[in-house]
Design a protein around this ligand. Structure first.
Ligand code: ZN
Length: 160
């Protein structure tokens, strides 16, 4: 049963309010997280509490229990040289990493100029009501090392 310090593997698909499919893990390997450590959005963690291997859940999560509301003032114009896009042509809607003095941060490209790019620092799923369709693949005890780190290791989890 899913409770604090269990490592959970699950497959999921994610739809927005209009029913458009945004993400689907089923083509790849399941996602792993350690329960009770904020490794996934709070609404989903709450919905998984007490469930078991083989269970299926459908849950709709409001933005405040998901990726948060969209914030104003997250739009910025930056020099293109600060963006990491591995040589790919920058396009609106593309996710890129921007180097800041606090490390890399993922942002969304809004508009591409000649030398500058307008970026939005909001999480791309911020402000959305999200419906998750989840299949719980496996539930196991966390190892001591995982408890120490506060996250799941191995397939679908953290690789150091
Ligand atoms: Zn670790």
């Amino acid at each position: 049963m899913i409770e604090k310090d269990k490592v959970v593997l699950f497959h999921y698909s994610l739809k927005n309010e209009q029913g458009d499919l945004i993400e689907d893990s089923r083509k790849g390997e399941p996602l792993a997280y350690m329960h009770g450590h904020g490794g996934i959005i709070s609404g989903l963690e709450k919905a998984l509490e007490g469930k078991s291997e083989g269970d299926h859940i459908d849950v709709t999560i409001a933005a405040e229990d998901g990726y948060g509301e969209r914030k104003e003032g997250m739009l910025q114009r930056v020099s293109a040289k600060y963006l990491k896009h591995a040589g790919k042509k920058l396009r609106p809607g593309m996710q890129v990493a921007v180097s800041t003095d606090k490390g890399n941060r993922m942002v969304t490209v809004v508009k591409v100029g000649l030398k500058t790019v307008d970026i939005d620092g909001n999480h791309p799923l911020a402000g959305l009501t999200l419906t998750f369709n989840v299949d719980i693949v496996d539930v196991r005890d966390a190892t001591d090392e995982e408890k120490e780190h506060g996250h799941a290791h191995g397939p679908g989890g953290h690789n150091h």
